[in-house]
Design a protein around this ligand. Structure first.
Ligand code: AMP
Length: 190
């Protein structure tokens, strides 16, 4: 099973991706997590990504594609994977197709959620992190969230059409209860 989770920030890609990863026993590969780890470890990738991420923009295609290429070569990804937050541009999607060669994506799960609800969800994610005694993500605030949504509209929403034409797009209503959304995705994949 080779899946891509597509959708704006706060749509539930991480939550649903984690559930699908457990269900199919394959790794969930989040470029956001990879980049946050690189920022924390102050690697060259992290240094290049830090400011762009804090401002809610998109990190350069070459950097992100390099991270994914490296990660897909690891042995645990051989039997499948769930990509969360990648691709985010047409150029990334084209590079992914090339990286996968003959092992094309099984499906692209697009989670549809209204923007107003997305803002509420991201604010809640920050509050929940604080309640757990953790530091919330630096980009989970209303101002950066607006920029992230703008990046999504400008660069990522075109991917629905890209994968629609390929016949791989599965659009799911992501506004409902988490379990209902998971059941819907599993139903569409079966
Ligand atoms: P996420 O955790 O997926 O919301 O990603 C957090 C931030 O990491 C994004 O707002 C971008 O700045 C950066 N990022 C993650 N994935 C990508 C990607 N595929 N292309 C460009 N930037 C990315």
């Amino acid at each position: 099973m080779r899946l891509v989770m597509l959708g704006p920030p706060g749509a539930g890609k991480g939550t649903q991706g984690e559930r699908l990863a457990k269900r199919f026993d394959i790794p969930q590969l989040s470029t956001g997590d990879m980049l946050r780890a690189a920022v924390k470890a102050e690697t060259p990738v992290g240094r290049a990504a830090k400011e762009v991420m804090a401002a809610g923009g998109l990190v350069g295609d070459e950097i992100v594609i390099g991270c994914v290429d490296e990660r897909l070569c690891e042995s645990d990804a051989r039997n499948g994977f769930i990509l969360d937050g990648f691709p985010r541009t047409i150029s990334q999607a084209e590079s992914l197709d090339k990286l996968l060669e003959n092992n094309a994506l099984t499906a692209v799960i697009e989670l549809l959620v209204d923007e107003e609800l997305l803002l509420d969800r991201v604010e809640k994610r920050a509050r929940d992190a604080i309640a757990r005694g953790e530091i919330p993500r630096s980009d989970d605030n209303p101002e950066t969230m607006r920029k992230r949504l703008q990046s999504y509209r400008e660069s990522t929403s075109a991917l629905s059409r890209f994968y629609g034409i390929q016949g791989r797009l599965v659009s799911i209503n992501g506004t409902r209860d988490v379990d209902v959304v998971t059941a819907d995705i599993l139903g569409a994949l079966s």
